[in-house]
Design a protein around this ligand. Structure first.
Ligand SMILES: [Zn+2]
Length: 444
């Protein structure tokens, strides 16, 4: 029986694998998951045998898990993913990124944004926190594409009033123009479709923003109840540059703290090289962090001491950071994260290793927590919204027909370390089937 596109009610029989809010893991080898007409999970549990609903889509041996939450990516950069290996951050930005972002006009967004959301869904991502370019019209187009596609998305127009690629207006007009354009976009899109679409005020980073831009954008984000996102402490060259630009600040984090920008609706990407003071201040202000290990390895930015941050109580989720991260797949990001922690451990620098199920939690429920959405998404639990993916583990077998691991951690380990580009067969947001994945029919 074909899986309905939703949001009509449907039920799936499959293996269910999910982190749970209470800290435990759901591993139902033969499970039932039911979605109502409003796109909510009404039932998550073992296959009930004779008590099963009359109409069920049997997906066995596929695994249904929560949709992935990608806390950091750049929509205009997708065409250059994988390019520039061996460069440092600032050289890579100037050579491969700023010219590409400059050309992300409405016409390009009209073509590329729908492609990007289909590609995200095909990778298993159902929630994405994205940077657009400097231009409000292409940001608007990206929102319209997300609205039509069905993905859950938080997007922001990039703001830069120093080191900018906007050569069309006078430098002294950039601040005011960027603030008013962002304000208008937030008014139009923040909270659209019952909160499926949200706005993030997006000053790129302290290198390209004045203190005025950081402060005023944070004030606007607060007034809209919207998010505020930026980069921090990705690269030693960047950190030195920020120290020179903001001599009054004790460290990088204090630049954003002085702007009034830290808090529960703020997401800082990278945060690799932090002092103990910065770590405790991030925790104290309940600021969220997007860990982007594939990007950090690609640009040789560094290795985040993730276990120490988690032990300190920091809210950390995962981001692909495409295009500095080469792949949209959060399974690939988990692999890069696991490799990074193993490398730190080998050098004596990590005190705890995340296991494969911890990585699943990091890419789903922890990401939802960073966005303040854990009550709605991030795990398979009755009452939450049905943001799901169906994954076929047969595609990850090292030899044709090799059995899929029965142990949940082993199964997740194989999905992380042998991800197949077609293994995500279907993705739903609020029970609505997303375009992108190939489908749960014949395996191609
Ligand atoms: Zn980034």
């Amino acid at each position: 029986m074909p899986v309905p596109p939703g949001p009509s009610p449907f039920a799936l029989r499959a293996r269910l694998l999910s982190p749970l809010d209470d800290g435990s893991v759901l591993d139902e080898v033969d499970g039932l998951i039911a979605v109502d007409g409003a796109g909510r999970l009404t039932r998550v549990g073992p296959w009930p045998g004779a008590e099963a609903p009359a109409s069920v889509n049997d997906l066995r041996p596929m695994v249904v898990m929560p949709g992935m939450v990608d806390l950091h990516l750049h929509l205009p950069q997708l065409p250059n993913a994988g390019m520039g290996s061996g460069l440092d951050l600032m050289t890579w930005l100037e050579r491969h990124i700023f010219p590409l972002e400059q050309g992300y006009d409405r016409a390009r967004a009209r073509v590329e944004a729908p492609q990007a959301f289909r590609a995200l869904a095909a990778a298993g991502t159902t929630t994405a926190l994205a940077y657009a370019a400097l231009w409000p019209d292409s940001t608007d187009e990206a929102f319209a594409a997300a609205e039509a596609h069905g993905i859950r998305a938080v997007i922001g127009k990039v703001m830069m009033d120093r080191v900018t690629y906007d050569t069309r207006i006078e430098a002294n007009q950039i601040l005011e123009r960027s603030l008013s354009q962002s304000d208008e976009l937030a008014s139009r899109w923040h909270g659209r479709d019952g909160g499926r679409l949200r706005y993030a005020f997006t000053p790129r980073f302290a290198v390209s923003c004045t203190a005025d831009m950081l402060r005023e954008s944070a004030a606007l984000a607060a007034s809209h109840g919207a998010y505020w996102q930026t980069h921090i402490a990705e690269d030693h060259g960047e950190i030195a540059h920020v120290a020179a630009l903001f001599p009054e600040a004790a460290d990088y984090l204090e630049v954003y703290d002085r702007a009034g920008a830290l808090g529960a609706r703020t997401i800082l990407a990278h945060a690799i090289h932090l002092s103990a003071r910065e770590v405790s201040r991030i925790v104290e202000t309940d600021t969220g962090v997007a860990h982007c290990p594939a990007s950090n390895l690609f640009l040789a930015s560094g290795m985040m001491p993730l276990s120490a941050y988690r032990a300190a109580g920091m809210r950390v989720g995962l981001g692909s950071d495409v295009a500095a991260g080469p792949e949209l797949s959060m399974f690939s990001v988990m692999r890069a994260g696991a490799v990074t922690q193993r490398a730190l451990a080998a050098g004596g620098g990590a005190d705890a290793i995340l296991d494969p199920l911890d990585w699943l939690r990091a890419a789903t429920l922890d990401g939802a927590r960073v966005l303040g959405l854990a009550a709605q998404i991030g795990s398979l639990e009755a009452g939450k919204e049905a943001d799901l993916i169906a994954v076929d583990p047969r595609l990850t077998a090292p030899l044709p027909g090799a059995a899929s691991p029965s142990d949940a951690a082993d199964l997740m380990s194989r999905l992380i370390f042998r991800p197949h580009p077609n293994m995500v067969r279907a993705a739903w947001v609020r029970g609505r089937l997303l375009a992108g994945p190939p489908g749960v029919g014949a395996i191609g």
